[in-house]
Design a protein around this ligand. Structure first.
Ligand code: HMG
Ligand code: MG
Length: 297
């Protein structure tokens, strides 16, 4: 059955901006965060604390966390791949952290410079520290529906990793279709397997829209009771370690679909479209969201 309310996890300020070729001015990152909070987003992945040699766009995430005006009721979250990242996130009082692993060995090596097994070993102390600090911990699994280097991915590997992340203490696991190759068919098969063990309210989907399948894949998740959806304003983004991967599904497009289905989000769509337009103007790029473009006239 469909959820009556869905939480959007806005990942644009992290997933969306991490892949831009240019260095994003701090003011533009702060403005985007303000606009998103004003539009009603309540969970905003604000930045990442990764090796700045690897992802220079996120190098000034400390400044972003320090200077953002924290809107009441909004969680400003951070991606932290290791203990060093965790400590940086705690130093600027991130409200929640996310850790990531991948369902494909090659992607794990390219993205985090270690095997899948080693990634779990690296994340265990982060999870322990999060638990000790009392900061909520979210988990990501990349390449859940396909890998840019290896192609097809075994759903059982994704299921096993989901279990590993819950065992580590994640309150929620986000199933990532990093390169957007999944379809309503492969998403249904994967979710049915995972949902045979874990409840829908502990899962989220994170769909990139490379093949235009994201909304269909999200619908499949909603039909299974999943009520948390990751999305990126203006469809910004892509992954630096997955050449050709498009951005996440645009938040505006997801909100339009949800409202059309009578599902509450708490988001003001016109204000969200304004946020999309502002950030695209600041970056001088065309807007990749259908809804923002449709409402242009
Ligand atoms: P490494 O190079 O193997 O780490 O990176 P290391 O421990 O050997 O350290 C090397 C150097 O980096 C050291 O500096 C560390 O101090 C420094 P040196 O001593 O040489 O001067 N360092 C750091 N500095 C600041 N903050 C840190 C940090 N860590 C190490 N946190 C590591 C390993 C995992 C850190 C690296 O591979 C990395 O940063 N990877 C992240 C790459 C990334 O951000 N990818 C994109 C995000 S994932 C994604 O987009 C997918 C997702 O959206 C879901 C989906 O779509 O599937 C989440
Ligand atoms: Mg992503």
């Amino acid at each position: 059955t469909l959820p009556s309310r869905v939480t959007l996890v806005e990942v644009g300020p992290r997933d969306g901006l991490q892949n831009r070729p240019e260095q994003i001015p701090l003011a533009a990152r702060l403005r985007l965060l303000d606009d998103l909070a004003a539009a009603g987003l309540t969970v905003i992945e604000t930045g990442s604390f990764v090796n700045p040699q690897w992802v220079p766009q996120m190098a000034d995430s400390e400044a972003v966390f320090r200077q953002v005006r924290r809107a009441p009721g909004v969680r400003y979250t951070a991606l932290t791949p290791n203990l060093k990242g965790f400590e940086r996130a705690m130093a600027v009082a991130a409200d929640e952290i996310a850790i990531m692993t991948a369902a494909s060995e090659s992607f794990s090596q390219k993205n985090t410079n270690c095997s899948i097994e080693q990634s779990l070993e690296r994340l265990a102390p982060v999870a322990a520290a999060a638990s000790e600090t009392g900061v909520p911990l979210r988990g990501y699994i990349s390449c859940a529906l396909g890998c840019p280097y290896e192609g097809e991915v075994d759903p059982h590997a994704v299921h096993a990793l989901t279990r590993a992340l819950f065992d580590m203490g994640c309150y929620e696991v986000s199933i990532g279709d990093t390169i957007g190759t999944g379809t309503a068919g492969s998403m249904a098969r994967l979710l049915d397997l995972i949902l045979s063990e874990f409840p829908a309210h502990k899962l989220a989907v994170h769909c990139h829209d490379t093949y235009g399948q994201a909304l269909a894949n999200i619908l499949v998740a909603l039909q299974r009771g999943i009520a948390t959806v990751d999305a990126s304003v203006a469809g910004l983004g892509g992954c630096p370690y997955a050449a050709g991967a498009a951005g996440n599904v645009a938040t505006e497009d997801v909100v339009y679909m949800l409202h059309g289905m009578g599902i509450e989000t708490g988001i003001n769509l016109p204000r969200l479209v304004d946020a999309a337009r502002h950030v695209c103007a600041a970056l001088d790029i065309p807007c990749a969201s259908h809804v923002a473009n449709a409402l242009k006239a």
